[in-house]
Design a protein around this ligand. Structure first.
Ligand SMILES: [Fe+2]
Length: 252
């Protein structure tokens, strides 16, 4: 019964995108899974944002900060509250319009998350290993690299096509599963290597992770959007966090 439900949900989600979405600035995601736009932020802005992240993370008791168990991944939730005018640099309204057109449904809330990832023994990389952000519905994340990202400092990596081939690949990756232990040996992983200031846009229904970091550091800002007004609470509750609701909410 569960398997049949998962099957139907997967079919419904693909049909939704085909009929109502797949348009706008990010339309290519339907075929390409991820896009990279170099030079979306200037180097100067990247430097200012990195400094701001370091300042915030230097205070251990800062609210809205989460750290993973091995102190490799440190995250500032609701980062838009910390950066004043710099938030305009992300052109949030433009991104949201593009996301709505791709998904074919309205965005009702959003927030930014900034993170710094550094090497620690047995770190799992940003995001804690291979996963899908949502196993059934399509979802879009915009991720800005604030530092140059190479293969050894924690690039985003994903399986091309895995946002749209859940049914044919269900023997490898069971439908409805968020977390995935390993990638099948025949699947090709793409590492997104790009300079500071690059914008990576991804349909994060795909199988992806931040590659475990070996050297240096990786700074990034991610735009989270939700079809729900309480997207912030839903997201953080899912992570076992309990910060005050502060996301930007759009009126009907
Ligand atoms: Fe993710």
């Amino acid at each position: 019964m569960e398997a049949a439900k998962s099957y139907l949900k997967t079919i419904a989600s693909s049909a939704w995108i085909r009929l109502l979405g797949g348009r706008g600035e990010f339309y290519e995601l339907a075929d390409r899974t991820a896009l990279v736009r170099e030079g979306d932020l200037s180097k100067e802005v990247c430097t200012q944002l990195v400094d701001r992240i370091d300042d915030i993370l230097s205070v251990r008791s800062q609210p809205r900060v989460w750290r993973d168990k091995v102190d490799s991944d440190a995250r500032i939730w609701g980062f838009e509250q910390d950066i004043g005018d710099l938030v305009d640099q992300f052109q949030i309204s433009r991104r949201i319009e593009a996301i709505e057109k791709y998904l074919g449904r309205p965005v009702r809330s959003w927030f930014l998350m900034a993170n710094r990832v550094v090497p620690q023994e047995s770190n799992q990389g940003s995001g804690g290993g291979f996963h899908r952000d949502s196993p059934f519905s399509h979802q879009v994340k915009c991720i800005w690299y604030l530092t140059d990202v190479a293969s050894d400092n924690g690039p985003f990596e994903f399986i091309p096509g895995s946002h749209s081939n859940a049914i044919p690949s269900r023997d490898r990756y069971p439908l409805g599963h968020y977390r995935l232990e390993n990638i099948h040996k025949d699947d090709r992983l793409v590492e997104v290597l790009a300079d500071a200031g690059s914008l990576l846009v991804c349909d994060t229904k795909c199988i992806h992770r931040g590659k475990p970091i070996e050297t240096g550091s990786r700074y990034a800002v991610t735009l989270y959007t939700s079809p729900h007004k309480d997207g912030w609470e839903r997201q953080l509750r899912g992570l076992g966090l309990d910060f005050p609701p502060k996301q930007k909410v759009f009126d009907e």
